[in-house]
Write a protein that binds this ligand. Structure first.
Ligand code: G3P
Length: 216
């Protein structure tokens, strides 16, 4: 499973990149707003920091403007994945862009039917939002399982990128289902390391080691 950081905050990305466990970054207009940074500048900085796919989202709603914005974004670097919404114009742009060899991340997916359309449009990644599905009493993980089944039925190469991850169990459950990628806020990625028994075990080993009076 690939791990993407869902943030536009450079220091958070730098810290995670140093672990060697970071495979990419996803941004969206809300995360850019939270960063307080200029969109093109911060995406350029991220794309230089992380060799993996860096998702940058168009904000236009019509095809022609989406393509104009995508042209500006993909010039930033070869690792830029253009994020488009799951709308008719978004999927038309997806097909055009992937046809030209540009990675596309189709976002705001909330149904298996939408995911099927995105795969047919040649999406590189599909981003089903599990947390927002859970928020309205739908089972976000059931959606991931549905998409996995459908994609495997037809050998679609589109990678399932689980988004709107709210806690570590979203990551574990997505991995059990066989999602290709998960993107999460760095805080949640750091939470994956945590277990009280690990902390207690390290403390206990160190206490006993110190009692030996030895050094390595
Ligand atoms: O990548 C999508 C993600 O940023 C949305 O997360 O928690 O706002 O649903 P959330």
């Amino acid at each position: 499973m690939k791990f993407f950081a869902d943030t536009a905050k450079i220091e958070e990305i730098r810290e995670l990149a140093a672990t060697g466990l970071l495979d990419g970054v996803t941004t969206n207009p809300s995360l850019i707003h939270k960063s307080g940074r200029n969109f093109l500048e911060v995406v350029q900085e991220i794309a230089q920091l992380v060799p993996g796919p860096v998702s940058a989202e168009v904000v236009a709603l019509d095809f022609d403007e989406m393509m104009r914005e995508a042209e500006i974004l993909r010039r930033i670097g070869g690792n830029i994945a253009i994020k488009v919404p799951l709308t008719p114009a978004g999927l038309k742009a997806c097909k055009a862009l992937t046809g030209e060899g540009t990675m596309v991340n189709v976002t705001l997916c909330f149904s298996a039917a939408q995911a099927l359309l995105a795969a047919k449009a040649g999406a590189t990644f599909i981003s089903p939002f599990v947390g927002r599905h859970d928020d309205v009493a739908f089972d976000g993980m059931a959606l991931i399982a549905d998409i996995r089944l459908i994609y495997d039925n037809y050998d679609f190469p589109t990678e399932i990128l689980v988004a709107s991850v709210r806690h570590p169990m979203h990551v574990v459950e997505a991995a059990r289902i066989g999602a290709d990628v998960m993107t999460a806020p760095p805080k949640i990625i750091h939470q994956l390391f945590k277990h009280p028994l690990t902390d207690a075990g390290v403390a206990s080993f160190l206490k006993d080691w110190q009692a030996t009076g030895q050094k390595i």
